[in-house]
Write a protein of this length. Structure first.
Length: 145
């Protein structure tokens, strides 16, 4: 019996689409977004502003505000014809500012194709973990003996 399920196959597709989404951002590829964003797409930016699809495409055409972006982790969860893509990435600006972004994209399957209906992005300056429980691996906090 083949253990590779439809969900596994769809996860591979969504991971690829997520990588393409990031590449489209870095390359100001408005055509890619036109094809892969749902008509009712909205993007919630770090400052809380909400962009419609048209506003998002207009911003995309201006080019990225970062010099590079590297994904650190991606998690895909599928719920029938809906999916969540949660990811973390590190960005660098031309002025050498470094930051971290976390985002969640909501995808829906429409007519056999996955479309993004919502994106929410949080960007921060990259800082070391705060709080004593975030600074050390758990093994260091456990008493021995």
């Amino acid at each position: 019996m083949d253990s590779f399920t439809r969900n596994d196959s769809e996860k591979v597709v969504l991971e690829r689409l997520n990588q393409e989404y990031v590449a489209a951002f870095m390359n100001a590829d408005v055509d890619w977004y036109r094809k892969h964003l749902a008509e009712e797409f909205v993007c919630i930016e770090s400052d809380g502003s909400v962009l419609t699809k048209d506003e998002f495409l207009s911003n995309t055409a201006k080019g990225p505000d970062v010099a590079d972006y590297k994904l650190e982790s991606v998690a895909v969860s599928i719920y029938g014809q809906a999916a969540l893509v949660r990811a973390t990435g590190v960005w660098h600006r031309k002025d050498s500012t470094v930051g971290l972004s976390r985002y969640i994209d909501v995808w829906v399957e429409q007519d056999g194709e996955w479309k993004t209906v919502s994106a929410q992005i949080t960007r921060t300056a990259r800082k070391p973990p705060r709080g004593r429980y975030k600074q050390f691996p758990r093994a260091r906090l456990t008493k021995k003996g």
